[in-house]
Write a protein that binds this ligand. Structure first.
Ligand SMILES: [Zn+2]
Length: 446
């Protein structure tokens, strides 16, 4: 009995133990399954009525882009069963766009030369958050900040905050602050001599000072260095026709930046400054508004990129002083426009590598498409400038620029055929960035 009882208790314990073991196993299994469900990337398919291959300009019809998490998983004639489908069957689908010449901080509708001095760095960055939503809304899922005048580097904070998911915005690669001569296009101190600001780290008058300025930007995380090779339009004292930084200064900037794996862009409007910057080895010429034959030949030989920003100058001539620009700035804008079209034709004639850049208010960020086409670039060329070419210039071809399996699911859609009418790019109906739907106006239309 005793033994039997013992045995009975033992058996009971054994069975209870076994039961508990199975329960634990079942619980573990369930939790593993739920963890798998949580870990499995979300899948969604986009049914594209028409998908533009931006490399060739050919259309594929009724294509399904399967998105898994933040990347494109496949592009094919059907979607796997059970995967939710976003219906863009009435749309033309293209890769997300890239603006290679953006200034993101501050109130971009205030063109007063003292605007950046009347706003704190935090407020400038908050304006930046606002501005970036407008770029996204126009289909720009990536951009390059072309430099700022912010001692606190708000642009780099925004770049990192977006990467960390704190703020919604385009993917950003960013220049630091404008490297400029005293009194050059990037000298933010527009005050009278007896009110002058303390000298800032972006001011470089010698070759060694260029190293200091470049290293300062690199220390705080700039991806690009922005050089002021010539004077410009949007300041009250520089002359856009003349070279500012010397070729030796720019060569030093290129040497220091490239040695650290960073790239160099040069604001260059006047003829001689463009050529000096190209000879110094910069990666991209911004504006190139007075490019001559010799400069175009040099750029072609060296493979230097051109970011023409045509519309910014055209719009500037229209807005004049109405947004707070100094009358001197408005006059400069009008005067430089006469050089724009011949220079752009030279660039096209020499088959320069062209990337899309806006240099202005993001409300007008899509207008450059029309200006590029009006200037002589084909509609496909203009779209390439904002997609494959831009990704190439920014060193992001592995992640963006086309809709291909493995790349970020950065996808936009427009109604109509942009190869027939480029202005349809001004009305982007659908925007996805990294698998997240930012905007879908086709739903409201139904
Ligand atoms: Zn600019």
């Amino acid at each position: 009995m005793k033994i039997g009882l013992k045995t009975g208790i033992g058996r009971g314990l054994f069975i209870a133990g076994l039961f508990a073991f199975f329960l634990t196993c079942a619980a573990k299994e369930a939790s593993a399954q739920s963890q798998m469900a949580e870990a499995a990337p979300k899948r969604v398919a986009i049914h594209a009525g028409r998908l533009l291959d931006v490399r060739t300009g050919s259309y594929a019809t009724n294509v399904f882009i399967v998105v898994e998490g933040d990347r494109v998983a496949s592009v094919g004639p059907s979607a796997p069963p059970g995967v939710p489908v976003i219906d863009l069957s009435g749309q033309t689908v293209l890769p997300g766009l890239t603006d290679c010449h953006a200034h993101i901080l501050g109130n971009l509708k205030d063109e007063s030369p003292s605007a950046s001095l009347r706003i704190s760095s935090p407020m400038g960055a908050l304006w930046g958050v606002h501005n970036l939503q407008i770029w996204l809304d126009h289909g720009f899922t990536s951009l390059r900040d072309a430099g700022e005048s912010d001692l606190a580097y708000g642009q780099l904070a925004l770049r990192d905050a977006i990467r960390q998911g704190l703020v919604r915005g385009p993917r950003i690669v960013s220049a630091g602050n404008f490297v400029s001569l005293t009194g050059g296009h990037g000298d933010a101190d527009v005050l009278s001599p007896d009110q002058a600001l303390a000298r800032r780290p972006n001011i470089a008058n010698s070759i060694d000072e260029v190293s200091d300025a470049v290293r300062h930007d690199m220390k705080y995380g700039a991806d690009w260095i922005k050089l002021m090779a010539t004077g410009g339009v949007m300041d009250p004292y520089s002359d856009y026709r003349f070279e500012e930084l010397s070729e030796a200064q720019m060569a030093r900037a290129v040497e220091v930046a490239h040695r650290g794996g960073k790239h160099v862009m040069a604001h260059a409007e006047g003829t001689e400054g463009i050529k000096a910057a190209v000879r110094a080895g910069v990666d991209s010429i911004e504006h190139g508004t007075m490019l001559d034959e010799e400069g175009a030949t040099l750029m072609e030989q060296r493979g230097t990129w051109l970011v023409p920003t045509l519309y910014a100058f055209q719009r500037g001539a229209e807005t004049g002083t109405s947004l707070g620009a100094d009358p001197i700035m408005a006059e400069k804008d009008k005067a430089i426009l006469s050089g724009q079209q011949p220079a752009f034709e030279r660039a096209l004639h020499h088959h320069l590598k062209i990337a899309y850049g806006t240099d202005g208010d993001p409300d007008y960020s899509s207008k450059e498409f029309g200006s590029l086409v009006h200037g002589g670039l084909s509609p496909l060329g203009a779209i390439q400038a904002a997609t494959v070419n831009a990704a190439d210039l920014l060193g992001r071809s592995h992640d963006t620029g086309t809709i291909e399996s493995g790349k970020f699911a950065d996808i936009v859609a427009v109604s109509g055929d942009p190869l027939q009418d480029i202005t349809v790019m001004e009305h982007v109906a659908f925007v996805m960035k990294g698998g997240e739907v930012i905007k879908n106006e086709t739903l409201a239309a139904k």
